[in-house]
Design a protein around this ligand. Structure first.
Ligand code: BG6
Length: 467
């Protein structure tokens, strides 16, 4: 089976991981500017020079060159996020920062000039730092209004040029890392489950309010949710392992259900009871949640193995969603499990359950890489492992299409190397394009096409026929 003619091939980036220019043209600080080690280190009092995100890969100044590279690969879609603090520097202003809006005008127009559809994430792991400090991020209900104001501003400004929008990146990560997902500054160890679930509830309400606004503003707009979606596998067929996998899967489905069905799933009561949670849900909240999304987007990096008694097994390596070691799958440079079949599995699972079109918003492999010089003098990277990774995942997606799943796009993670999210390092690269920037901050920031650049270009040109 071949991919549909209008299948959206592309890649995805996040503002805080590539833009840099952390205080240019009126931008305010975000929590990312005080997280120099990502989620793996402390929050600093202010920006520190060791924070690689402050300069990122300088997309803010090099967006034209970067988008030209994406166009050269034949991209049909480019997923990127807007830095909320460029538009509302503290999140509390009532009028937006025009210079911030103009920057995204230019990014969008450049994409359109090349025939690339922009797909915008409204919040990709960042919000104005002031809101984190004053309201503890989405722990406070007040942050909902600030987010809605920001989203309305950018939807009004760009809706005639941008059809696809996502509200919160990997919204389910709020329960695991409330600082990353919801801007909650209080250290996680001091938070109760009540705090985390309530913050997630506020985000779900904010997401639904924005979805309602977007649909009223322009019926052409397509709004999606976005979840980190490692499908859960039981370690064994022992009934308690299988049940553990089902319950763990429900933690992911919880978010997608609210977005797609418009209310909490039946098992939410059990989940809340077991976690000592008594959610404050107003009648207005319930009404807002009824406004459901048009499609489901998700990131897929690998499956996650769970067991009733996890102490009996070794842990796998991984970012934010680590499971147990899966003896049946190979691992990457970083020892992360590689499981293409899991992509076919989750596509079928989500489509069967929610009956909404699906979009693979992230997929990729992080690797340590160095530039090599070819005999003709060209500098490049031989990233065959990346080609193999994407090829197998695209094949799995094709099998899901054959299964009958409606999947309409695929954006690889970090098509141009960027600073990683979990550990804020430059060493872990996902790109088809190498950026000359080192862990110590040195480097020219020049871009170099890797071997995978030419491979992905061929994949897109043949609409997935030549893998
Ligand atoms: C996803 C995030 O979870 O994983 C991205 O949405 C992130 O922001 C990607 O970069 C890869 O993770 P990392 O930590 O290796 O950059």
């Amino acid at each position: 089976m071949s991919f549909p003619q209008n299948f959206l091939w592309g890649g995805a980036l996040a503002a805080n991981q590539c833009e840099g220019a952390y205080q240019e043209d009126g931008k305010g600080l975000s929590q990312q500017d005080v997280m120099p080690r990502g989620v793996q280190g402390p929050v600093t009092a202010g920006p520190t020079p060791d924070n690689l995100k402050l300069i990122g890969t300088d997309f803010y100044h090099r967006y034209e060159q970067d988008i030209a590279l994406l166009a050269e690969m034949g991209f049909r879609v480019f997923r990127f996020s807007i830095a909320w603090s460029r538009i509302y520097p503290t999140g509390l202003e009532t009028t937006p920062n025009e210079a911030g809006l103009q920057f995204y005008d230019k990014v969008i127009d450049t994409c359109l000039r090349y025939g690339i559809q922009p797909l915008i994430t409204l919040s990709h792991y960042e919000m104005p730092l002031e809101l984190c400090r004053v309201y503890d991020g989405f722990r406070s209900r007040k942050t909902i209004d600030c987010f809605v104001r920001y989203a309305q501003t950018v939807l009004r400004r760009y809706h005639d040029r941008v059809r696809y929008w996502l509200t919160f990146n990997e919204i389910n990560v709020t329960l695991i890392s409330p600082l990353l997902g919801a801007g909650v500054m209080t250290p996680k160890r001091e938070l109760t489950a009540q705090d985390r679930y309530q913050a997630a509830h506020h985000q779900l309400v904010a997401s639904a309010l924005v979805t309602r606004f977007a649909h009223e503003l322009d019926p052409e707009l397509r709004i999606g949710c976005m979840a980190a979606s490692a499908p859960r596998y039981p370690m064994t067929c022992a009934p308690d392992d299988v049940m553990t996998a089902m319950l763990s899967q429900q933690e992911l489905d919880y978010f997608i259900t609210v977005h797609c069905i418009g209310e909490y799933p039946y098992y939410a009561q059990r989940l809340w009871r077991e976690n000592g949670v008594s959610l404050e849900i107003t009648p207005e909240d319930r009404e807002a949640l009824r406004h459901t999304v048009d499609f489901i987007s998700f990131s897929y990096y690998s499956s996650k193995v769970v067991a009733a008694d996890e102490s009996r097994y070794a842990m796998a390596n991984g970012n934010i969603m680590r499971g147990l070691k899966n003896p049946y799958v190979p691992v990457s440079d970083y020892n992360y499990p590689i499981d293409p079949e899991g992509l076919r599995y989750i596509l079928n699972y989500l489509y069967d359950r929610f009956h909404k079109p699906l979009f693979v918003a992230e997929n990729g492999i992080g690797a340590r890489e160095t530039l090599i010089r070819l005999p003709d003098g060209t500098l490049t990277v031989d990233d065959q492992a990346r080609i193999d990774f994407h090829r197998e995942h695209i094949r799995a997606m094709e099998r899901a299409l054959e299964d009958g799943v409606d999947v309409f796009g695929y954006t690889s993670w970090g098509p141009i190397d960027c600073v990683s999210a979990a550990s804020a390092e430059m060493t872990k690269r996902y790109g088809f394009v190498y950026v000359d920037r080192n862990q110590d901050g040195s480097g020219t920031l020049e871009r170099y096409r890797k071997k995978s650049f030419y491979w992905y270009k061929k994949v897109i040109v043949t609409n997935g026929a030549d893998l």
